[in-house]
Design a protein around this ligand. Structure first.
Ligand code: NI
Length: 189
């Protein structure tokens, strides 16, 4: 199942900076780490983690046809229709209604796994890569990449759903604080 879904994501999503295939691989790995400590439907967690960015409105305005395509792919890899509905509900909620709490353990795990990839050393790398892609300055304005840490990234650790997610997020949060401190010293800001 995993391999087929990774292949699907690789084909469909590799042109998107910060939400590319490697992001899916990392979110899947994070989700596995968190799921070990929870009671959950692993098939739903794995599938949702791998395809979680596929319906993001940033990527398409043909959401309905993408949903149908995704349903077929999930069916092909052996998910039951209730599991398919669950996966689609999870990634729909993650994509469009940010800030709305997830209602199932599987959703909480995948949301935490995605948030973890925005934190720590990889979170820093992604922030500057994405900022560069949009032509944002590194620092010094309210539109800068550095501002994104205060606007979003430093808030994430308090939004984690699972206890394992929280522990992992705190470690990555601490590392980002150290990084920002060093950066501020170098820049004298
Ligand atoms: Ni994501």
């Amino acid at each position: 199942m995993k391999e087929a879904l990774f292949r699907f994501v690789k084909e469909e999503m590799n042109q998107y900076v910060g939400h590319d295939f490697d992001h899916s691989v990392r979110v899947h790995r994070n989700a596995m780490m968190i799921a070990q400590e929870e009671t959950c439907d692993m098939m739903v967690v794995e599938a949702a983690a791998i395809v979680h960015d596929y319906l993001d409105h940033k990527f398409s305005n043909e959401t309905t046809s993408r949903k149908e395509k995704l349903s077929l792919v999930l069916q092909d890899v052996g998910l039951a229709s209730s599991q398919i509905d669950h996966v689609i509900t999870i990634i729909d909620t993650m994509s469009f209604t940010k800030g709305v709490p997830m209602t199932t353990m599987e959703g909480m795990i995948v949301q935490d796994a995605d948030r973890l990839d925005a934190l720590g050393a990889i979170g820093i790398a992604r922030t500057f890569a994405y900022g560069g892609h949009l032509g944002r300055p590194l620092y010094g304005t309210s539109e800068s990449s550095l501002q994104h840490f205060d606007d979003k990234l430093f808030k994430l650790k308090n939004l984690m759903n699972t206890s394992k997610g929280k522990v992992l997020a705190i470690a990555r949060h601490e590392f980002m604080l150290m990084y920002i401190e060093q950066l501020a010293q170098e820049l004298r800001i």
